[in-house]
Ligand binder design. Sequence first.
Ligand code: NIG
Ligand code: FE
Length: 452
Amino acid sequence: MRRLLITHAKALVGTHAPGVSLVAGADMARLPCVEDGWMLVEDGLIRALGPMATLPALAPGDDLHTVDATGLYVLPGWCDPHTHTVFAAPREEEFVDKIKGLSYQEIAAKGGGILNSARKLRDMDEDLLFAQAKERLHEMMQRGTTAVEIKSGYGLSLESELKMLRVVKRLKEALPLPIKATLLAAHALPPEYREDRAAYIRLIADTLIPQVSGEGLADFVDVFCETNYFTVAELEQVLEAGARHGLPGKVHVNQFTSIGGIQAAIKHGALSVDHLEVMEEADVDALVGAFGGAPSRSTPLRLRSAWVDVTGAHREDDARGPIPTLLPSCSFFLRIPYGPARQLIDRGLPVALATDHNPGSTPSGNMNLVFSLACIQLRMLPEEAINAMTLNAAAAMGLAHTVGSLTVGKRANLIITKPVPSLAYLPYAFGQDHIDTVLIDGIPVRTGSALA
Ligand code: NIG
Ligand code: FE
């Protein structure tokens, strides 16, 4: 047995009760903490925790390693439920075009954007793609990310989409953090299907989804449902095919225009709706309705906080809509509106946060930047943002039963901070590195002075 005892933590943060796997509305500002805390990790799992006054006498032994965390916070590692971290090459030339005044859509129209990434990826050797993505994930783990979702979507052909998902599968095997894979073949229409869109959707629904599901290459399906990309009807076809093969949806909707993607995602039981930079009143009402609330703006929805049991199974008796997942570093980079976090939370909904790490709209996989932007631009309280980047983010990729909070029985995927005066200091002193140590399954992936 391997044991790690953390003592005297300034606070253990996010000590949600077992079974609480999503927090919503006013509950998002409630971040349970244990001050002056201890935590025992055994064989990679959180075994017990409490305030120092309750620390039991532990049998000493060579297997017991003690960390004195005086002045340091212990948090659940960040969970990043929306990334495109497997890609062939950065696109900083488009960044310069953007500085000169071109929009995301104008860059796409002149052959840049997603199709640019797809051209580069088609020619790229699978081993190199894997090695580069692994390097990026190492960097993300250094920054505190301890669970991640990764999408395909730069393949846009049977072979290349499968190549991307095989890379994600190898990453799952090679890296210690939990990784979820999402098939995003409907990311942009490949030029060879310009005259026959339906044929591409058939390729996804009738060939790719069955094959990917059969080979266990994906956990979810995604569609970029947007003007000039994929329609609501096409989103529905892909989500229906996903549902037939056990792959729930996690979808890109309302990034630039509101065209009904949210309502379709709700209808097909999607796990999350991501982006939401452009939201009409009706879109928010639909989400409130999906979580069992009445569409009255003056009575916020009151959700029960437990949505899945400890085994990860959804509870039948709860109305549960797709988790709104906001990507503020994408808004920052593209200079587009920020998602309406305040409105969603004030209406009683849950919010999750993610990076959207990708070469076109968010060349950063740093959740600490997302934390600052969530507080500064989305006006989320630090406690709300932490819940959104841990428990709710884990829920947005179906992992809330194993990670996302400091709860007995969960994996010991942890951040130990440097000495900081308060939790609010973390997003406040933006751009600085406040992380000392990162552990996954109780094993350091970043070793700071706390472990020395
Ligand atoms: O989530 N919006 C669609 N997909 C990505 C961007 C992809 C790209 O530009 O390469 C996003 O922002
Ligand atoms: Fe994305």
